[in-house]
Design a protein around this ligand. Structure first.
Ligand SMILES: O=P(O)(O)OC[C@H]1O[C@H](OP(=O)(O)OP(=O)(O)O)[C@H](O)[C@@H]1O
Ligand SMILES: Nc1nc2[nH]cnc2c(=O)[nH]1
Length: 177
């Protein structure tokens, strides 16, 4: 068990399971886009670890860039997604694959779809390491999912609780009171 600020968390997903899920996503995307040079877009802050591990395993030509969006405060979604750093690159005609650490309510995903709609890309795909199907409220497609998880707050592997926990190499779940 670990303590971050006022809350306790229990081990949930090991580093090995995470690596296995990322390997699976890499091989699906390599197969689907073997004749393209995709540009992977990480959504900061949370995605930095999944982007890093994903790219180390991706063996075909590719590019990477980041945008910064945020909606979560404490352990709750705020419903309003703020764009803190935008796109600074022409994506016309490109294959764009967004890499997310987690899709929860889908508010961030909806904002991402809006953001990229006007960009005239060739393909636009969404890949997420973690997905909470029971929290997802949108009628939007998610193209690649690493691990489906229950609707409970998690930390580690890039995900934080009020700033702490992003550096943990495995994932922990909020302990029931
Ligand atoms: O589906 P949603 O309910 O929108 O949740 C998903 C978003 O929540 C997290 O970001 P957060 O807003 O916590 O910002 P951070 O990445 O800087 O921690 C995560 O990185 C996703 O972008
Ligand atoms: N740390 C963290 N951030 C999130 N953003 C959306 N869902 C979550 C979650 O379960 N944990």
């Amino acid at each position: 068990m670990i303590q971050l600020h006022d809350k306790q968390f229990v081990p949930f997903i090991s580093a090995k399971e995470i690596n296995f899920a990322i390997e699976k996503m890499v091989s699906q995307i390599e197969d689907d886009f073997f004749d393209e040079t995709p540009i992977f877009i990480g959504v900061l802050n949370g995605s930095f670890m999944v982007v890093s591990d994903f790219l180390k395993l991706y063996k075909k030509p590719c590019e990477v860039s980041f945008i910064k969006l945020a909606s979560y405060e404490g352990t709750e979604s705020t419903e309003s997604v703020k764009q803190l750093i935008g796109l600074n690159q022409d994506l016309t005609g490109r294959t764009v694959i967004v890499l997310e650490d987690i899709i929860d309510t889908g508010n961030t995903l909806e904002e991402l779809k809006k953001l990229f709609k006007s960009q005239n890309v060739k393909h636009f795909k969404i890949a997420t390491l973690f997905f909470k199907p029971d929290a997802f409220k949108k009628d939007l497609k998610i193209d690649y999912v690493g691990i489906r998880i229950p609707n409970k707050f998690i930390v580690g592997f890039g995900l934080d609780y009020d700033g702490l926990g992003r550096n943990l190499p495995e994932v922990y779940q909020l302990k029931e009171e």
